[in-house]
Design a protein around this ligand. Structure first.
Ligand SMILES: Nc1ncnc2c1ncn2[C@@H]1O[C@H](COP(=O)(O)OP(=O)(O)OP(=O)(O)O)[C@@H](O)[C@H]1O
Length: 273
Protein backbone atom coordinates (compact mmCIF):
# COMPACT_ATOMS: atom_id res chain seq x y z
CA UNK A 1 0.00 0.00 0.00
CA UNK A 2 1.13 3.55 -0.75
CA UNK A 3 -0.02 6.47 1.33
CA UNK A 4 0.70 10.14 0.70
CA UNK A 5 0.09 12.48 3.61
CA UNK A 6 0.01 16.19 2.83
CA UNK A 7 2.73 15.95 0.22
CA UNK A 8 3.95 19.37 -0.90
CA UNK A 9 6.61 20.59 -3.28
CA UNK A 10 7.80 24.12 -3.92
CA UNK A 11 10.74 24.34 -6.34
CA UNK A 12 13.70 26.64 -5.71
CA UNK A 13 12.20 28.97 -8.34
CA UNK A 14 9.24 29.53 -5.99
CA UNK A 15 6.80 27.47 -8.14
CA UNK A 16 4.52 25.42 -5.93
CA UNK A 17 3.85 22.19 -7.84
CA UNK A 18 2.04 20.19 -5.11
CA UNK A 19 -0.07 21.41 -2.19
CA UNK A 20 -1.05 19.04 0.62
CA UNK A 21 -1.71 16.05 -1.62
CA UNK A 22 -3.09 13.11 0.41
CA UNK A 23 -4.39 9.74 -0.77
CA UNK A 24 -4.00 5.99 -0.27
CA UNK A 25 -3.46 3.51 -3.10
CA UNK A 26 -4.28 0.01 -1.77
CA UNK A 27 -2.72 -3.20 -3.09
CA UNK A 28 -3.92 -4.15 -6.55
CA UNK A 29 -5.40 -0.74 -7.32
CA UNK A 30 -4.38 1.03 -10.54
CA UNK A 31 -4.86 4.75 -10.10
CA UNK A 32 -4.73 7.13 -13.06
CA UNK A 33 -3.39 10.60 -12.47
CA UNK A 34 -4.97 13.15 -14.78
CA UNK A 35 -4.82 16.91 -15.10
CA UNK A 36 -3.68 19.69 -17.44
CA UNK A 37 -0.08 20.47 -18.27
CA UNK A 38 1.69 21.93 -15.23
CA UNK A 39 -0.81 20.43 -12.74
CA UNK A 40 1.98 18.58 -10.91
CA UNK A 41 1.62 14.99 -12.20
CA UNK A 42 5.31 14.47 -13.01
CA UNK A 43 6.36 16.20 -9.80
CA UNK A 44 4.18 13.82 -7.81
CA UNK A 45 5.72 10.75 -9.46
CA UNK A 46 9.23 12.18 -9.06
CA UNK A 47 8.66 12.88 -5.37
CA UNK A 48 7.64 9.27 -4.79
CA UNK A 49 10.83 7.88 -6.34
CA UNK A 50 12.75 10.83 -4.86
CA UNK A 51 14.12 12.19 -8.11
CA UNK A 52 12.69 15.35 -6.57
CA UNK A 53 12.88 16.03 -2.83
CA UNK A 54 9.48 16.89 -1.37
CA UNK A 55 9.18 20.12 0.63
CA UNK A 56 6.80 18.57 3.16
CA UNK A 57 4.59 15.61 3.95
CA UNK A 58 5.00 11.87 4.12
CA UNK A 59 5.26 9.14 1.45
CA UNK A 60 4.57 5.82 3.13
CA UNK A 61 5.33 2.65 1.20
CA UNK A 62 4.43 0.01 3.74
CA UNK A 63 6.07 1.23 6.95
CA UNK A 64 8.80 3.29 5.31
CA UNK A 65 8.51 7.04 4.84
CA UNK A 66 10.26 7.53 1.49
CA UNK A 67 10.36 11.28 2.10
CA UNK A 68 12.74 10.74 5.03
CA UNK A 69 15.15 8.03 3.86
CA UNK A 70 18.85 8.86 3.49
CA UNK A 71 21.00 8.21 0.43
CA UNK A 72 22.00 4.57 1.02
CA UNK A 73 18.54 3.55 2.21
CA UNK A 74 17.09 5.31 -0.84
CA UNK A 75 19.03 2.95 -3.12
CA UNK A 76 17.40 -0.01 -1.36
CA UNK A 77 13.96 1.55 -1.38
CA UNK A 78 14.13 2.31 -5.11
CA UNK A 79 14.30 -1.43 -5.80
CA UNK A 80 10.78 -1.58 -4.43
CA UNK A 81 9.51 0.90 -7.03
CA UNK A 82 9.13 -0.39 -10.59
CA UNK A 83 9.14 2.36 -13.22
CA UNK A 84 7.56 2.13 -16.67
CA UNK A 85 8.39 4.97 -19.06
CA UNK A 86 6.81 6.63 -22.07
CA UNK A 87 9.86 6.06 -24.28
CA UNK A 88 10.53 2.61 -22.74
CA UNK A 89 14.13 3.51 -21.66
CA UNK A 90 15.57 0.23 -22.96
CA UNK A 91 19.22 -0.30 -23.82
CA UNK A 92 18.74 -0.60 -27.57
CA UNK A 93 21.86 -2.64 -28.38
CA UNK A 94 21.18 -5.23 -25.67
CA UNK A 95 18.86 -8.20 -26.07
CA UNK A 96 15.34 -8.36 -24.72
CA UNK A 97 16.56 -10.80 -22.05
CA UNK A 98 19.45 -8.54 -21.00
CA UNK A 99 17.06 -5.62 -20.71
CA UNK A 100 14.74 -7.59 -18.46
CA UNK A 101 17.68 -8.75 -16.32
CA UNK A 102 18.77 -5.13 -15.90
CA UNK A 103 15.77 -4.89 -13.57
CA UNK A 104 17.86 -7.02 -11.17
CA UNK A 105 20.86 -4.68 -11.15
CA UNK A 106 19.87 -3.14 -7.82
CA UNK A 107 20.15 -6.60 -6.25
CA UNK A 108 23.39 -8.07 -7.63
CA UNK A 109 26.90 -7.10 -6.46
CA UNK A 110 28.70 -4.59 -8.66
CA UNK A 111 31.18 -7.10 -10.16
CA UNK A 112 28.32 -9.30 -11.23
CA UNK A 113 26.44 -6.47 -12.88
CA UNK A 114 29.69 -5.44 -14.60
CA UNK A 115 30.19 -8.89 -16.13
CA UNK A 116 26.40 -9.26 -16.51
CA UNK A 117 26.46 -12.61 -14.73
CA UNK A 118 23.11 -13.02 -13.05
CA UNK A 119 22.05 -15.84 -10.71
CA UNK A 120 20.22 -18.72 -12.43
CA UNK A 121 17.10 -17.93 -10.45
CA UNK A 122 17.00 -14.41 -11.91
CA UNK A 123 17.34 -15.82 -15.41
CA UNK A 124 14.56 -18.35 -14.87
CA UNK A 125 12.34 -15.65 -13.49
CA UNK A 126 13.12 -13.36 -16.45
CA UNK A 127 12.01 -16.12 -18.85
CA UNK A 128 8.79 -16.49 -16.89
CA UNK A 129 8.17 -12.75 -17.09
CA UNK A 130 8.87 -12.68 -20.82
CA UNK A 131 6.37 -15.48 -21.24
CA UNK A 132 3.82 -13.50 -19.21
CA UNK A 133 4.15 -10.42 -21.40
CA UNK A 134 4.05 -12.56 -24.58
CA UNK A 135 7.67 -12.13 -25.64
CA UNK A 136 9.30 -15.49 -24.91
CA UNK A 137 10.11 -16.02 -28.59
CA UNK A 138 11.86 -12.65 -28.77
CA UNK A 139 14.19 -13.18 -25.77
CA UNK A 140 17.39 -13.13 -27.84
CA UNK A 141 16.42 -10.32 -30.20
CA UNK A 142 18.02 -6.92 -29.82
CA UNK A 143 15.71 -4.34 -28.30
CA UNK A 144 16.06 -2.08 -31.35
CA UNK A 145 14.48 -4.79 -33.52
CA UNK A 146 11.15 -4.60 -31.67
CA UNK A 147 7.94 -2.66 -32.30
CA UNK A 148 6.81 0.04 -29.86
CA UNK A 149 4.26 -2.24 -28.20
CA UNK A 150 6.86 -5.00 -27.81
CA UNK A 151 9.34 -2.54 -26.32
CA UNK A 152 6.81 -1.46 -23.75
CA UNK A 153 6.21 -5.12 -22.87
CA UNK A 154 9.96 -5.44 -22.23
CA UNK A 155 9.72 -2.32 -20.05
CA UNK A 156 6.92 -3.94 -18.07
CA UNK A 157 8.86 -7.22 -17.65
CA UNK A 158 11.95 -5.28 -16.54
CA UNK A 159 9.96 -3.39 -13.91
CA UNK A 160 8.50 -6.68 -12.63
CA UNK A 161 11.96 -8.30 -12.47
CA UNK A 162 12.64 -5.88 -9.61
CA UNK A 163 9.87 -7.57 -7.62
CA UNK A 164 8.46 -4.14 -6.83
CA UNK A 165 6.00 -3.19 -4.10
CA UNK A 166 4.73 -0.29 -6.24
CA UNK A 167 4.57 0.55 -9.95
CA UNK A 168 4.99 4.12 -11.19
CA UNK A 169 3.95 4.39 -14.80
CA UNK A 170 4.64 7.54 -16.79
CA UNK A 171 2.55 7.99 -19.95
CA UNK A 172 3.00 4.34 -20.99
CA UNK A 173 1.07 4.63 -24.24
CA UNK A 174 1.95 8.13 -25.43
CA UNK A 175 4.14 6.73 -28.25
CA UNK A 176 1.75 3.92 -29.27
CA UNK A 177 -1.20 3.61 -31.65
CA UNK A 178 -4.70 3.32 -30.11
CA UNK A 179 -5.05 -0.46 -30.43
CA UNK A 180 -1.60 -1.18 -28.98
CA UNK A 181 -2.29 1.37 -26.23
CA UNK A 182 -5.35 -0.59 -25.15
CA UNK A 183 -3.40 -3.87 -25.16
CA UNK A 184 -0.67 -2.35 -22.98
CA UNK A 185 -3.20 -0.85 -20.54
CA UNK A 186 -4.99 -4.20 -20.27
CA UNK A 187 -1.67 -5.94 -19.56
CA UNK A 188 -0.76 -3.43 -16.81
CA UNK A 189 -4.18 -3.87 -15.16
CA UNK A 190 -4.00 -7.68 -15.32
CA UNK A 191 -0.50 -7.76 -13.87
CA UNK A 192 -1.40 -5.45 -10.98
CA UNK A 193 -4.42 -7.65 -10.25
CA UNK A 194 -2.35 -10.85 -10.32
CA UNK A 195 0.41 -9.48 -8.11
CA UNK A 196 -1.75 -7.23 -5.96
CA UNK A 197 0.49 -4.34 -6.93
CA UNK A 198 -0.58 -0.75 -6.35
CA UNK A 199 0.16 1.48 -9.36
CA UNK A 200 0.04 5.15 -10.25
CA UNK A 201 -0.29 5.89 -13.96
CA UNK A 202 0.38 9.38 -15.26
CA UNK A 203 -1.95 9.51 -18.25
CA UNK A 204 -2.96 12.27 -20.67
CA UNK A 205 -5.54 10.25 -22.58
CA UNK A 206 -8.73 10.72 -20.54
CA UNK A 207 -10.96 8.25 -22.47
CA UNK A 208 -8.25 5.57 -22.16
CA UNK A 209 -7.97 6.33 -18.43
CA UNK A 210 -11.75 6.09 -18.05
CA UNK A 211 -11.81 2.77 -19.87
CA UNK A 212 -9.09 1.05 -17.83
CA UNK A 213 -8.22 2.66 -14.51
CA UNK A 214 -9.77 1.46 -11.26
CA UNK A 215 -9.67 4.95 -9.85
CA UNK A 216 -8.79 8.45 -11.06
CA UNK A 217 -7.28 11.41 -9.28
CA UNK A 218 -7.51 14.80 -10.96
CA UNK A 219 -4.86 17.40 -10.17
CA UNK A 220 -5.20 21.09 -10.91
CA UNK A 221 -2.48 23.56 -9.93
CA UNK A 222 -0.96 21.04 -7.51
CA UNK A 223 -4.18 20.19 -5.68
CA UNK A 224 -6.44 17.15 -5.78
CA UNK A 225 -9.75 18.35 -7.28
CA UNK A 226 -11.21 14.91 -8.06
CA UNK A 227 -10.77 11.48 -6.48
CA UNK A 228 -13.19 8.79 -7.57
CA UNK A 229 -14.21 6.10 -10.01
CA UNK A 230 -14.09 6.60 -13.79
CA UNK A 231 -17.91 6.53 -13.80
CA UNK A 232 -18.02 9.57 -11.49
CA UNK A 233 -15.82 11.59 -13.84
CA UNK A 234 -18.55 13.44 -15.72
CA UNK A 235 -18.36 16.44 -18.05
CA UNK A 236 -18.76 18.93 -15.19
CA UNK A 237 -15.83 17.42 -13.27
CA UNK A 238 -13.68 17.30 -16.40
CA UNK A 239 -14.48 20.97 -17.05
CA UNK A 240 -13.40 21.66 -13.49
CA UNK A 241 -10.09 19.80 -13.84
CA UNK A 242 -9.08 21.06 -17.28
CA UNK A 243 -11.07 24.30 -17.60
CA UNK A 244 -14.30 24.14 -19.63
CA UNK A 245 -12.79 25.47 -22.87
CA UNK A 246 -9.75 23.22 -22.83
CA UNK A 247 -11.86 20.16 -22.05
CA UNK A 248 -14.23 20.91 -24.95
CA UNK A 249 -11.23 21.18 -27.29
CA UNK A 250 -9.72 17.93 -25.92
CA UNK A 251 -13.01 16.10 -26.39
CA UNK A 252 -13.34 17.32 -29.98
CA UNK A 253 -9.80 16.17 -30.73
CA UNK A 254 -10.59 12.74 -29.28
CA UNK A 255 -13.75 12.41 -31.39
CA UNK A 256 -11.74 13.26 -34.52
CA UNK A 257 -9.08 10.69 -33.58
CA UNK A 258 -11.75 8.05 -33.07
CA UNK A 259 -13.34 8.81 -36.43
CA UNK A 260 -9.90 8.53 -38.09
CA UNK A 261 -9.23 5.20 -36.36
CA UNK A 262 -12.61 3.80 -37.44
CA UNK A 263 -11.95 4.98 -41.00
CA UNK A 264 -8.48 3.35 -41.07
CA UNK A 265 -9.91 0.07 -39.74
CA UNK A 266 -12.62 0.12 -42.44
CA UNK A 267 -10.06 0.73 -45.20
CA UNK A 268 -7.83 -2.12 -43.96
CA UNK A 269 -10.88 -4.43 -43.92
CA UNK A 270 -11.76 -3.38 -47.49
CA UNK A 271 -8.22 -4.06 -48.76
CA UNK A 272 -8.18 -7.45 -47.00
CA UNK A 273 -11.46 -8.47 -48.59
N1 LIG B 1 12.60 21.51 -12.12
C1 LIG B 1 11.67 22.44 -11.94
N2 LIG B 1 11.99 23.66 -11.47
C2 LIG B 1 11.07 24.61 -11.26
N3 LIG B 1 9.75 24.44 -11.50
C3 LIG B 1 9.35 23.25 -11.97
C4 LIG B 1 10.29 22.18 -12.22
N4 LIG B 1 9.61 21.12 -12.69
C5 LIG B 1 8.30 21.49 -12.73
N5 LIG B 1 8.15 22.77 -12.29
C6 LIG B 1 6.88 23.51 -12.17
O1 LIG B 1 6.01 22.76 -11.34
C7 LIG B 1 4.68 22.78 -11.84
C8 LIG B 1 4.20 21.36 -12.11
O2 LIG B 1 4.96 20.79 -13.17
P1 LIG B 1 4.85 19.24 -13.57
O3 LIG B 1 5.89 19.01 -14.63
O4 LIG B 1 4.90 18.43 -12.36
O5 LIG B 1 3.39 19.19 -14.20
P2 LIG B 1 2.70 18.04 -15.10
O6 LIG B 1 1.29 17.96 -14.63
O7 LIG B 1 3.51 16.82 -15.05
O8 LIG B 1 2.74 18.68 -16.55
P3 LIG B 1 2.84 17.91 -17.99
O9 LIG B 1 1.55 17.19 -18.16
O10 LIG B 1 3.00 19.03 -18.97
O11 LIG B 1 4.04 17.00 -17.93
C9 LIG B 1 4.71 23.67 -13.09
O12 LIG B 1 4.36 24.97 -12.69
C10 LIG B 1 6.16 23.62 -13.51
O13 LIG B 1 6.53 24.81 -14.16
Amino acid sequence: MLELQQLSKTYATGDTALRDVSFVVPRGQVMGLIGPSGAGKSTLIRCINRLVDPSGGRILLGDTDLAQVGRSELRRQRRRIGMIFQEYALVERLTVMENVLSGRLGYVPFWRSFTRRFPGQDIENAYRLLDRVGLLEQADKRADALSGGQRQRVGIARALAQEPALLLVDEPTASLDPKTSRQIMRLIIEICDERELPAIVNIHDVPLAQQFMHRLIGLRAGEVVFDGTPAALDEAVLGDIYGAEDWTAMRREHEEDQAAEADATRRVAEVAR
